[in-house]
Design a protein around this ligand. Sequence first.
Ligand code: ZN
Ligand code: ZN
Ligand code: FE
Length: 761
Amino acid sequence: MNRRRCKIDITGIVQGVGFRPFVHNLAQRLALNGSVSNTSEGVRVDLQGSVEAIDEFKRSLVTASPPLAKPTIVSVDNLELDRDVNTFVIRDSSVGQKKKMSVTPDAATCQDCLKELFDPSDRRWKYPFINCTNCGPRYTIINDIPYDRPNTTMRDFVMCDQCRKEYSDPCDRRFHAQPIACADCGPQIQLLDSNGNLLVTDNPLEATIQLLQQGRILALKGLGGFHLAVRADNDAGLKQLRERKYRKAKSFAIMALDVETAGCLANVDATAGRLLKSIERPVVLCPKKYDSDLSELAAPASGYWGIMLPYTPLHYLIMQGDYPALVMTSGNITDEPIESDNVGALEKLGRIADYFLTHNRGIYTACDDSVVKVFLSKSMLVRRARGYVPAPLSFTRRDQMDILAVGAHLKNTITYVKGDKAYVSQHIGDLDSAAVYESFLRTIEKLGALTGSEPQIVVCDLHPALLSTGFAEKYQNVKIIRVQHHHAHIAAVMGEYNLEGPILGLAADGVGYGCDGTVWGGELFCVWRDRFERKGHLQQSSMPGGDQASRQPWRMAVSCLFQTYGFVKGKALAQQIIVGVDQGKIAAVMDMLDKNVNCPTSSSLGRFFDAVSALLGICRENTYDAQAAIELENVADPSVTEHYPVEIAVKDCMTVLMIEPLVEALIGDLQSGVGRSIIAAKVHNFVVAGLAEQAGILAEELDLSTVALAGGVFQNDIILTRLVEALEIKGLTVYYNRKLPVNDGSISFGQAVVADAKANQ
Ligand code: ZN
Ligand code: ZN
Ligand code: FE
């Protein structure tokens, strides 16, 4: 027989995902001898046997690998046959290896484990922490690499004999499953009241289900932190939750038992169904069905339910209760990160939850649920966190230095780049709060350790006064690179699709610090990876009160009226149209505008939507980010195709989309009694037509045929759908982020793309 020996090096996600046992079993099945071991780069297989078997091995290695593994064969080298080898063994990780990323995201409970969970004859029947090499906690429980039990929050639990046996048996599906546990040796749940007193019950799980059925609010400790849970069909419970959480209107996510149940609550298409069941188990935004039993209080003023399926064994057990769905919202207090430790949760959430179902498996890294939506039949990330992080994005390098990018001020994420991989962190939050800033610092430290990064380049925003900028500037002996917010937005798209410039970039969002010190947010650029030229923008207007104008859309409405009609007529119109706001306040803002005191200039499309939303009386105060724009979108009648007049001015070689003609036409409609849903639609269509027209002019002038769209405004489905269509009609190829959010969650990645290109300048 023709025998051969070879060495196969494999990289990709191959550690801590049951890859070596898989290799072991595959080799045995094919009667191959040799060994498999972890290396700093991945896994190495030393193999000998028949040529046919080795070929089959190489094929199956990629096609039949375990669900969490993503192997890539990097090299196959022939070696001299070794006659003494006649078994196949798994070698231990060699100590002293170079640090290497080998942590995978947390994975939803697999089918095999579920079967055992609900099998009364199984020794892990109803055990809330059942897991295996194919599923269970990863990123959230690990504090250092390599991914071994002593480096996880499972280190305090000593394996019982049976678990140890499974853990040590290469043929067992729990071979080297680091979080392996059973009721005899693993974590346990506890039911507490809101003061932290233990409730006496022999079945805390059953008691929890009872309480939920009765409509009580429970804080449930999950994978990445606590959830606040209440029946999604219970008005009273939801009203209470909203009051206690000071969350007036923002939608809550819900958990449904399975795809069939989800399909009764919302329109779940094939893509949504696939996402709901995916191993990442994100919250999936699905169009509501209005004939379900769910309370409108769970997601008022939204046409979507954010639905997720259970992803831990504990969730599966809790979802056996008699309710159509549970609201499961992040267990945090306003503007703070999700609570993840038992003491902190009791302290912070004791006022909100009636009871706590907690457990003694620690969470090292808090992680919110991820959120995705379906756009043009494909998935699009809205918030990237649990289930996706820390899986890297591929990164085409020009330079090889390690990079740390500290991201945007709002919806902050951070990114490390090492080798040809970019590690984008979980959604951290808005850095306004001290608690979020601490979580930002912790994430930089932890993800740095897990990736073994030693940044030689640190990237931050151009804005000198941001906390993140101050943080970056404290680094010694590194190159500090400052990147303009919207340049980073477009670069994030270039990075995701591996585009080289120049391309046309269209960045639209709430607020970004511009190169001229004004607020930008409705921008058209010619973009290279390392630089950009501003070529157009939305007509500027004033933001009376600065940041206050972002929280109070009515201020932007006053500003637009002042700009269009001047002081006297503007004031009269404002006091007539903007009802529900104190007349004195309106007058004061008019004075501010007239005297140009504390009125920064902005070309932000986000602020423009705020103004319109307030003019239509839809939303005058934002209780959460982009509320005014979201509610405006919900009101807009999608059947309307008409738009307000588009007027493009050319000033200093820049195209400017004028808003004054729109304001005049809109006020005219309003005064002649045209419905809000029609006006809102005409505004959306104006933005689409205006941006498309500007893009068309610039594409021709600059001879560009590729355009990237980025920024929070493109979370608006009406805008994105219609603009993509309009641009494609003009013959342009359109790109926008899908693997990363189009909002500021992608800024850190975009900053890294720019920094890499600028590394040697
Ligand atoms: Zn499993
Ligand atoms: Zn055990
Ligand atoms: Fe932005």
